[in-house]
Design a protein around this ligand. Sequence first.
Ligand code: COA
Length: 165
Amino acid sequence: MKKKIAVYPGTFDPVTNGHIDIVQRSCELFDSVSVIVAKNPSKSPLFTTDERLFFLRESLKHFENVDVNSFDGLIVDQAHSINATVIIRGMRAMSDFEYEFQMALMNRKLAEDITTVFLVPNEKYTYLNSSIIRHLAAFGSDVSEFVPKVVKDALREKYLKNKGM
Ligand code: COA
């Protein structure tokens, strides 16, 4: 039988436990899941692509059917290149809907053979996003409940360095 391959694109600046929850759900649904650090032209990430890849690889290494890569182009092109037929996106709240709906329809216009699937993370992550994490960390708050340890440590280092400490 043909393998069901999914891509899970995002900026992941940085990866949070909410993203990991989505990856876990995806792994149970698809034969393989390719997490893609993609480019959102309207964002200027705090962490470099290599740093974001490292955090994701460290956080997801216990999943056997997951790989992590970056791609600087249209996500549908990356999906085609690895024979993926599904794009996964997390849907946390109604506020995500309009943007996600537009993106799903545009991706379908670009590639009719690729379907966007929305997954809902555990409700304890619905209010999480990467900006909030960066914000909290910048003020020295403890973010260990929301992100993997590798991210927590990197945030602490980044903001201590920025303060010249
Ligand atoms: N848990 C916690 N946070 C989550 C989450 C979850 N399950 N799902 C989404 N988020 C947060 C992210 O952390 C991010 O937070 P931030 O805005 O504070 O940084 C926010 O929700 C947006 O999610 P993200 O997945 O990072 O989306 P994005 O809008 O930055 O990324 C791309 C969009 C990269 C997928 C899109 O621009 C893309 O596909 N780019 C490639 C080029 C392309 O194909 N463009 C055409 C698209 S039609």
